[in-house]
Design a protein around this ligand. Sequence first.
Ligand SMILES: Nc1ncnc2c1ncn2[C@@H]1O[C@H](COP(=O)(O)OP(=O)(O)OP(=O)(O)O)[C@@H](O)[C@H]1O
Ligand SMILES: [Mg+2]
Length: 465
Amino acid sequence: MSHDLATHRSSKIDDTATAVRILVVEDDRDQRRLVGAILESQGYQVSTAAELESARGALASGAVDLVLSDWKLPDGNGTELLTLIREQHPETAFIMVTAYGTIARAVEAIRLGADDYLAKPFERQALLLSLEKVLKSRRLEDENRRLTEALTERDRLVDLVGRAPCMQRLYQRVEKLAGTEATVLLTGESGTGKELAARALHALSRRADRAFVAVNCAAIPEGLVESELFGVEKGAFTGADRGRPGRLESADGGTLFLDEIGELPLLMQPKLLRALQEGRITRVGDQREREVNLRIIAATNRDLAQEVEEGRFREDLYYRLNVVPLNMPPLRDRRDDIPLLVDHFARRATRRHGVSVDPFSGAVMKRLLDHPWPGNVRELGNTVERLVLLAEDGRVSVDDLPAERESRQDGGFKVPPEGLSWEQHEKDCLRQALEHTAGNRTRAAKLLSLPYKAFLYRLEKYSLA
Ligand SMILES: Nc1ncnc2c1ncn2[C@@H]1O[C@H](COP(=O)(O)OP(=O)(O)OP(=O)(O)O)[C@@H](O)[C@H]1O
Ligand SMILES: [Mg+2]
């Protein structure tokens, strides 16, 4: 299957009812005929059964897309039929018809997996609406299943999605490197999947069943870096009443992922280098050395060579980490992957939030394709999730997309004619960024395009820390 925009959009167009086969199970002859006639007039292909026994026979002898069954049947009830269908024909949709005043049975039917229920007596319109709703959501499920199956090995590596040539080359390198113990330095802009690539390198390696320990160097307060990385020995300082292994020790035998390595304090760099070179660590306050066996993967969205040049990163550590560089392509260099990623994130969001949505319309998809995505895949993923959550009646609306900015040169912010207090404005920005990220400082700093330290400095300046 080709996975392009056209196939993505086509699913709702072939809405013809002719192919849909419905089995009506109803013991009352007049009612059975009436319902059958209504359905046939809409182009559905109808077969009927007057009791449980013949319904079972009909199901066994041919494919049925949907069963509309009365609860009360001469030789049993609709619940029995529903149970059989859920066990043996899970792809068949089921609508339970219950008598007026027996709502408990309808509730029970939904719990057992019925797609909908109708209370007797029902109007023609209610019947047709229910059918349409059920068939539509079934079709979406099929579509999702098809798309999931369509995301073949070729289109993804562990959790990385993308079939653009640059991604294919990346997968090949990741697969090749996963079989080695080589230290890999992942570079690339924020939100390009560096962490996913690190996890893929681990998952495909011989160490896959051992620990994958991720350390976010930007998120550890400077004073705690050493004890976090190397652990503390009992009694090393007040409060250290129990010894505690550091992150390197926890990763022993597995993979240590040093994320945002560019943020590691300069003072800590020689100690880390020594540990990586010698495979030995010393806990804070300990004399003993302990051996650790680590596979190292590091990531940064900074230009580390530049950082070395400017004296913010040690050259020797840089060379120790940059054995094999792997650069994650930004989303703007692989726009063709956007529809594929949209499917991926829409499916993830519907699963996560237990909702279903129609395939994205051409207008929405066009806007997604035209957006510059400065935040890369992460930003796309968040946008799609928001669209799914804001969808009404399963329809994703273009109005829920952030307004397109006219010019990216001025950020769109306008100083009000009456002026503003710069300090108050800065404080508001900091506070709102923290709110947006639920207090995650690393991400809040990114949201404001500030280096982490500059962000912290400002938090302290305004006593927001
Ligand atoms: N190729 C991809 N396929 C699927 N999901 C992706 C891909 N790239 C990124 N993502 C998603 O985008 C988000 C960010 O990815 P990840 O954390 O790996 O990026 P990163 O490069 O480490 O970013 P940062 O530098 O900001 O830490 C995650 O939710 C991840 O699942
Ligand atoms: Mg990351």
